[in-house]
Design a protein around this ligand. Structure first.
Ligand code: NAI
Ligand code: MG
Length: 490
């Protein structure tokens, strides 16, 4: 069979203008920062811009601006009026979608196909969805006239920079809170472009404030006495530190943390669709996905066939330039993340699992990791227990459905899971046994603003999205803890 190489199809980067240096966005204006650090393109290590390192004084100014905006404007405005701003932001995101997609791929390293088709449209969808809620909060089953908390401090990670911003800002604004948001240090650029969108939408000053910086800036937000509610997505380690920091305070928190999702394949699964779903489950966004299907559980009698087909499929994954429209797997977000992926993968080999990657030529510059699978993995191996957060799949096998459930739940995490089976009854049975906030059946990594997302156990507290997600931003919630608010594990 003859195969043809794909000709390069690069998206033009001329649609984005990147300043050589940025400040913070406080009270509706860009203000200069004192110290800066570089943001680089992880695909070639080019410095894109200098980002301001927010100090506690910067955070203080932002929190004060958010408080004034909350008291003087946003809390007094009707839901209907707030909704108009959210619709306006959503439409501007759509109009400027190409600009956002290119900037996201440049700063994060993810393929343009994904930023264009997933991150940016979903970010706009979150604003549209929550715009619709803004004037209907009385009818959300949360009691009469539920009240906002006030000022929300929001700290987000680098894997879906704009999308995580939308997950945080859209529900906060819809429910009448104002925000101080900190993007991750490696991926601040789309948040800063979003600040321009706030100006373009004539959003009242101080309703959205963006302070860039690192963990120290995040900690200053968490510790600030003027913050009423924290929303965090990131590592379990930092999530625990935040929980400890706010324990003696009245601050509310939602924490979206790590995962080690089981993707379970039963022997009656439709094989070809399943193989595609496995690939999407672990290699989407370079595996930098908290809900990635990183533990594949195969029923023993189909394991050989699935693995054979999976390897064929993996050999077709195109790794390279994130701006090329043909690229499937882009760059690893940072050298630190690459070191973590390498270290854990090496432990897989030394602990006795068998490693396999297709032949693929990685670029010389930048941070890259070939799609990798480990077979012969046992539950004791580090690669079966720890979040790798990269394009690395650990494969385990099982004989009976009960054994699959036991292995799937044998983890400190509980964010997501996948089930592949043709039998509806088996899918329903398994999804009830699995301790995971989201269970996908015969699909994986599907997101919708109407669908609540969040974890059990060490994967976090609370839900984001849907009606459940609104409760995190409102005081007089009548949803029980079980239904929405707190950890559903108990
Ligand atoms: P991280 O948890 O350190 O960073 C996430 C955000 O928290 C960033 O904005 C960071 O500046 C901020 N932050 C860091 N320390 C803080 C503190 N003490 N107080 C307040 N905010 C703080 O995650 P990192 O170091 O980027 O990644 C490490 C690992 O975490 C990854 O390898 C992955 O396993 C996991 N991770 C999980 C994510 C998820 O979506 N659940 C997202 C990012 C990372
Ligand atoms: Mg960057």
């Amino acid at each position: 069979m003859t195969t043809f190489d794909y000709a390069p199809a690069p998206e033009s980067r001329s649609v984005v203008k990147i300043s050589s240096e940025y400040g913070h966005f406080i009270n509706g204006e860009f203000v200069a920062g004192a110290n800066h650090f570089p943001s680089i393109n992880p695909a070639n290590e080019e410095v894109l811009s200098q980002i301001a390192l927010g100090s506690s004084a910067d955070v203080d100014r932002a929190v004060k601006a958010a408080r004034v905006a909350y008291e003087a404007v946003w809390s007094k405005m009707s839901g209907r009026e707030r909704g108009k701003y959210l619709y306006r932001i959503a439409r501007i995101l759509q109009e400027r979608a190409r600009e956002f997609a290119v900037l996201e791929s440049l700063d994060n390293g993810k393929p343009i196909r994904e930023s264009r088709d997933v991150d940016v449209p979903l970010a706009a969808a979150h604003f549209f969805y929550h715009a619709g809620w803004a004037d209907k909060l009385d009818y959300a089953g949360l009691g009469h006239a539920p009240q906002a908390h006030g000022v929300a401090g929001q700290i987000i990670p680098w894997n879906f920079p704009l999308l995580m911003l939308a997950w945080k800002i859209a529900p906060a604004l819809a429910t009448g809170n104002t925000v101080v948001l900190k993007p991750a240090e490696t991926t601040s650029l789309t948040a800063l472009l979003f600040a321009q969108v706030c100006q373009q939408a004539d959003l009242p000053q101080g309703v959205v404030n963006i302070v860039t910086g690192d963990g120290s800036t995040g900690a200053a937000i968490v510790d600030h006495p003027g913050i009423d509610k924290i929303a965090f997505t990131g590592s379990t380690e930092v999530g625990k530190a935040i929980a400890r920091a706010i324990a003696p305070t009245k601050k509310k928190a939602t924490l979206e943390l790590g995962g080690k999702a089981a993707n379970i394949v039963f022997d009656d699964a439709p094989i070809d669709e399943t193989v595609e779903g496995i690939v999407n489950g672990i290699f989407f966004n370079q595996g930098h996905v908290c809900c990635a299907g990183s533990r594949l559980l195969l029923q023993e009698n189909v394991a050989e066939e699935i693995l054979r087909k999976l390897k064929v499929q993996m050999a077709k994954i195109r790794v390279g330039d994130p701006l090329d429209k043909n690229t499937d797997l882009g760059a690893i977000n940072s050298s630190a993340q690459l070191s973590k992926i390498r270290e854990l993968s090496e432990s897989g080999g030394s602990e006795g699992a068998e490693r396999w990657s297709p032949e693929c030529i990685l670029p010389d510059k930048g941070f890259w990791f070939a799609p990798t699978i480990f077979t012969g993995v046992t539950q004791a191996h580090r690669i079966a227990r720890e979040e790798i957060f990269g394009p690395v799949l650990s494969v385990l096998t099982f004989r009976t459905p009960q054994e699959a459930i036991e292995k799937a739940n044998n983890t400190p995490y509980g964010l997501s899971a996948g089930i592949w089976s043709e039998k509806g009854s088996r899918i329903l049975w398994a999804s009830q046994q699995l301790k995971a906030g989201v269970v996908w059946a015969n699909t994986f990594n599907k997101f919708d603003p109407a669908s609540p997302f969040g974890g059990y156990k060490e994967s976090g507290w609370g839900r984001e999205g849907g009606r459940h997600g609104l409760t995190a931003y409102l005081k007089s919630s009548q949803l029980s803890h079980k239904e929405g608010g707190v950890n559903e594990d108990e």
